[in-house]
Design a protein around this ligand. Structure first.
Ligand code: SF4
Length: 349
């Protein structure tokens, strides 16, 4: 063990957070925690983790759930394909592996939705195998500590950082090693204002010695974001409203939403009114209000959404594409976070 590891392990034992997934070597629980933590910060992730494992304490429970139930528990986390993959893989583990999580890195890596990082986390923490987890925290720490200017989001950068991670990976307690490095990046060598003054690595850290802390790590790519305009129709029949299920390979697949019209450009209020009520030609209806637009940022898209509140008494010949629900049941459906806001404001349910 060199000084770098010695210092980080010492720091970790004193400073590590008391997190529920640190108290287990159950690969299922580690898998769930890792996927949740790819979506959100630890504080919010912990709540989701508890909710998820209370409902699905084992891979068998998850496998026997319906997809709607899984998506409902995932509601608000985003990247719903990850929840669908969890569900798919749980069923596969039950059917093809007799409910036992595979214990070899390469077998774990074959599972849908599990990439090299998650496979390394599960195999090192649950099965004590020496596979490095190289996440954003570790890229940042290595870049600063070793003074590496290769962009962390480049192909070369990924190879270079992985090589270092492999070289310093001990055979003894690899799970603790991975967690110590990630925790150090998450709490000590943070993106803005790292705590260099109180850092056990300060004397040997390249960026600290050379005044490069603010310049490292280097990133190249800027994510291109497309812009979309959503107009949701809240059809209000007093007791009932309508939802549709998003079936296409797009954001929020298999989640529920109010009937939607999407446009390529932003519409004025008058243009929204002129769109008419697109669902059910003979429907006697009245636009009660149109909300102000709400911006919602996803990793590759920026959405601008408005709610068109439509009051109607006649719902008989309404399109079969939509599901009629009692408004008070709306919370039973997995709904994108963007719509949750509107549902709250409109006091539905
Ligand atoms: S000295 Fe600063 S930049 Fe270097 S490892 Fe510590 S916190 Fe990170």
């Amino acid at each position: 063990m060199n000084d770098f590891q010695d210092d980080i392990y010492g720091w970790y034992l004193e400073n590590k957070r008391d997190l529920p997934w640190r108290k287990t070597s159950d690969p299922y629980l580690i898998w769930i925690s890792e996927v949740i933590l790819q979506q959100t910060r630890v504080a919010q992730g912990t709540k989701y983790f508890h909710r998820f494992i209370n409902k699905f304490p084992t891979v068998k429970h998850l496998a026997s759930a319906s997809e709607d139930e899984v998506l409902k528990l995932w509601q608000g986390l985003g990247y719903y394909s990850r929840a669908r993959n969890l569900h798919f893989t749980a069923k596969l583990i039950v059917n093809d592996y007799k409910g036992e999580f595979p214990s070899e890195y390469n077998e774990i890596l074959k599972l849908k939705g599990i990439g090299p990082y998650t496979a390394a986390a599960i195999s090192s923490i649950a099965f004590n195998l020496p596979h490095p987890t190289v996440d954003g925290n570790i890229y940042r720490l290595f870049s600063r500590y070793y003074g590496i200017e290769t962009p962390i989001d480049s192909h070369n950068g990924k190879n270079e950082f992985y090589k270092i991670a492999k070289e310093i990976m001990p055979t003894n307690n690899p799970g603790m090693h991975n967690q110590a490095l990630m925790e150090f990046g998450a709490l000590q060598c943070v993106p803005k204002s790292p705590k260099c003054t109180f850092c056990p690595l300060a004397l040997s850290c390249y960026a600290s010695k050379k005044g490069l802390v603010k310049k490292l790590p280097v990133k190249t790519k800027k994510i291109k974001q497309s812009v979309r305009y959503f107009y949701f129709y809240y059809i209000d029949n007093g007791k009932f409203t309508y939802l549709e299920k998003r079936m296409k390979n797009d954001i929020w697949k298999n989640l529920y939403q109010f009937p939607l019209k999407e446009t390529e450009k932003e519409l004025s209020e008058m243009e929204v009114i002129n769109l008419g009520i697109p669902f059910g030609a003979n429907m006697k209806a009245n636009i009660k209000s149109i909300s102000t637009k709400r911006k919602h940022i996803l990793s590759h898209q920026i959405l601008y959404a408005r709610i068109v509140h439509v009051e109607t008494e006649a719902l008989d010949n309404f399109s079969t594409k939509y599901i009629r629900i009692n408004k008070k049941d709306i919370s039973k459906f997995a709904i994108p976070r963007l719509l949750e806001h509107f549902i709250e404001v409109l006091n539905i349910g």
